[in-house]
Design a protein around this ligand. Structure first.
Ligand code: PLP
Length: 364
């Protein structure tokens, strides 16, 4: 491997493809199309490619730039726009995406106009809010009316189906009951339009619980999965599911030690605020061995989803460009120039893949 620069993130493409294959296998067993969500990894086309090689039927992002990058990289597949579109981006949505998730009549009308202008048919999935309180219709009668308007009056839109999103804002778990609610809405629409909908889109990574438990309601036939494929950690960490069939080391963050010194653990002098306007507490543990990394909040935003792979290292805090570690109990005699590895959580992944200061290396 060529000489690396730090900080960097290593992406193991083989492990990523394995995870996509594994989740896709479980989806296919119950007739579900896996949609590969790339926004967590800033839409890297090579990440999208592993999803497709692993069997995903479509690639999705909340950001059109990421979809465009994938198209420009030559990845031929269908694309889905995840974030309900801004009115100002409807023509780009039609140009770049085959499908979009929607929750506003005004936007649907604009999408229809944009599709007409471009001589295209654009597929829409109408979103129901089942309690998570992010996007989607709260009033389900209104949702059905809008679906009928799309079906009957918007010639350049195809009513593909309905969907929901759970576990993002309101932390609501996709129980079988919640998904049955979505299916009931779909079936009401189907009885009015006299045909079966193409998709009933039953959520994101958290909906994988239903696959693992074997109680996915039968008519759910699309899942949009990001974290569960790329990191494969949340369901294990927060819900205690057995994810041992997935690789949890697709992404590894590496950073270099730039200072090692013995220092007091409590700051000395009159205390004001830190670099971000907070006044944290600093337990006084006496003189301790500390290390500084050339990596900071600008690169990953928040230390809480950063986990040292090396044992007996504690992350004490960070400022914009420095991360401060307690290495008193580490037995490896760490010194300046050593490189430490970290496991990343979702938010760290979002930042480090999107930061020009963090180099990216693909390994396979
Ligand atoms: C981000 C997102 C997903 C994927 O979420 P993960 O938890 O990463 O699987 C699915 N659907 C929508 C609408 C999203 O915004």
């Amino acid at each position: 491997m060529k000489q690396q620069k730090y900080p960097c993130v290593e992406i193991n493409l083989n492990h990523l493809k394995h995870n996509a294959q594994e989740i896709n296998r479980r989806c296919e067993e119950v007739g579900i199309d896996l949609v590969g969500v790339i926004k967590g990894a800033t839409g890297l086309p090579l990440v999208a490619k592993q999803y497709i090689d692993g069997g995903a039927k479509m690639i999705a992002s909340s950001r059109l730039e990421q979809i465009e990058d994938c198209i420009n990289s030559g990845l031929k597949t269908k694309y889905l726009c995840l974030r309900v579109p801004m009115l100002s981006e409807v023509s780009e949505v039609v140009r770049l995406a085959d499908y979009s998730l929607n929750s506003e009549l005004k936007v649907l009308k604009a999408l229809n106009e944009a599709a007409k202008k471009q001589g295209k048919k654009h597929n829409v999935i109408i979103m129901a809010d089942l309690g998570d309180l992010r996007e989607g219709f709260w009033d389900k009668d209104e949702m059905i009316d809008v679906a009928l308007l799309v079906e009957n009056e918007m010639e350049n839109l195809i009513l593909s189906g309905v969907g929901t999103n759970l576990g993002c804002y309101g932390s609501i778990v996709p129980t079988p009951d919640k998904l049955e609610e979505l299916i009931a809405i779909a079936e009401k629409i189907e009885s009015k339009i006299g045909r079966e909908l193409e998709y009933i889109s039953g959520g994101a990574t958290t909906s994988l619980m239903r696959l693992w438990d074997g109680d996915m309601p039968e008519r759910i036939n699309m899942l949009r999965v990001g974290e569960g494929v790329i990191l494969g950690r949340d369901l294990d960490r927060y819900f205690d599911y057995d994810l041992s069939s997935l690789h949890q080391d697709v992404m590894t963050l590496k950073a270099e030690i730039i200072e090692v010194k013995d220092k007091p653990s409590h700051p000395i002098g009159e205390m004001g605020i830190d670099a971000f306007g907070h006044l944290p507490t600093y337990p006084d543990r006496g003189i301790r061995r500390r290390a500084l990394l050339g990596l900071g909040k600008v690169d990953y935003a928040d230390t809480s989803y950063l986990e040292p792979l090396e044992e007996n290292i504690e992350i004490l805090g960070a400022s914009s460009d420095h991360t401060i570690l307690d290495i008193e109990d580490n037995v490896n005699n760490l010194s300046v120039g050593d490189v430490l590895k970290f496991k990343v959580g979702y938010s760290v992944m979002v930042y480090v893949t999107n930061c020009r200061n963090v180099k990216m290396y693909y390994i396979d």
